[in-house]
Write a protein that binds this ligand. Structure first.
Ligand code: SF4
Length: 162
């Protein structure tokens, strides 16, 4: 099975109550291989919610307790992000997950880049909290921006073999 950020599949889980639907990913939703997850909702955050960013670090730093996740007004939501990541990892423990396709730049799902905590649309290299927990447990993680149709088909073929 392949974990996919729910907003990429067209679910309205994004902070503003909308979606980040990606036609290329949605095209393969009928494969029956995708598990849609929204770590921020699984962590108990409401939708809509404030925009949130990791401040002074990355998802890995959050998991190590070295930095916080905050909302735009300064509210600290670190525990919700850690809980959401752990809930997603519970799914990895329940079923055979061969890969994850996650939304780039999100403080939960970002794979290569996240916003830098200044709430000014600046990016930093690093992963979101859920991407970090999956990588820590050797789940191959891809972002929607690096996925070609060929790569999605390969992920589906590889998953078929399990
Ligand atoms: Fe999408 Fe992940 Fe944000 Fe949920 S936490 S809305 S799945 S990017």
């Amino acid at each position: 099975m392949i974990i996919v950020s729910a907003c990429l599949l067209g679910l309205n889980t994004k902070y503003d109550g909308t979606t980040n639907a990606q036609a290329l990913i949605q095209k393969y939703s009928s494969s029956g291989k995708f598990i849609p997850v929204c770590p921020e909702q699984l962590g108990g955050l409401p939708t809509p919610r404030s925009p949130m960013e990791i401040v002074n670090g990355t998802g890995k730093d959050v998991l190590l307790g070295r930095c916080a996740v905050q909302g735009e007004q300064g509210e600290v939501v670190t525990s919700k992000f850690v809980l959401g990541a752990k809930e997603v990892f519970k799914i990895v423990e329940m079923v055979k997950v061969t890969a994850a396709i996650l939304k780039e730049r999100s403080p939960s799902c970002g794979v290569n880049h996240i916003y830098d905590g200044s709430f000014s649309h600046h990016l930093r290299a690093g992963q979101g909290v859920t991407a970090a927990i999956l990588k820590e447990h050797n789940v191959p993680v891809y972002s929607e921006v690096e996925l070609s149709e060929e790569r999605i088909l390969k992920l589906l073929r590889d998953d078929e073999g399990h």
